[in-house]
Design a protein. Structure first.
Length: 111
């Protein structure tokens, strides 16, 4: 995986973790945005991996969601395709989206 792709994958993973923990906390995007002094659109973009979460906002997010910052950062261990499948299933997407995501993961991790 190229360095740009690795960075993109990193931020997609961070966004997935933010979404997962926000939903687990029963918080909507608007509320999290208000706590972080960001727009809802920014939260949407962070959760989709299109916008990078600053270190300051990662720390604040962890405090707001009452989790350790490590919970929104990717593991330093390499994940297998099975690990990624499990992550995707945790998020609770429909089967079509799940298949598309798994296909994409397979593609980018095989480079």
């Amino acid at each position: 995986m190229g360095s740009e792709q690795a960075v993109d994958a990193f931020y997609m993973h961070v966004g997935d973790k933010v979404r997962f923990h926000r939903k687990r906390a029963g918080m909507d995007q608007e509320t999290l945005a208000r706590h972080l002094n960001l727009s809802r659109t920014t939260i949407i973009n962070i959760e989709k991996g299109r916008q990078r979460l600053s270190l300051e906002h990662a720390w604040l997010t962890s405090k707001i969601l009452n989790i350790s910052i490590e919970n929104i950062l990717p593991s330093t261990e390499m994940k297998t395709i099975e690990d990624w499948k499990n992550e995707v299933q945790k998020v609770g997407v429909n089967k079509q989206t799940e298949k598309a995501v798994i296909k994409w993961i397979s593609k980018v991790t095989s480079k």
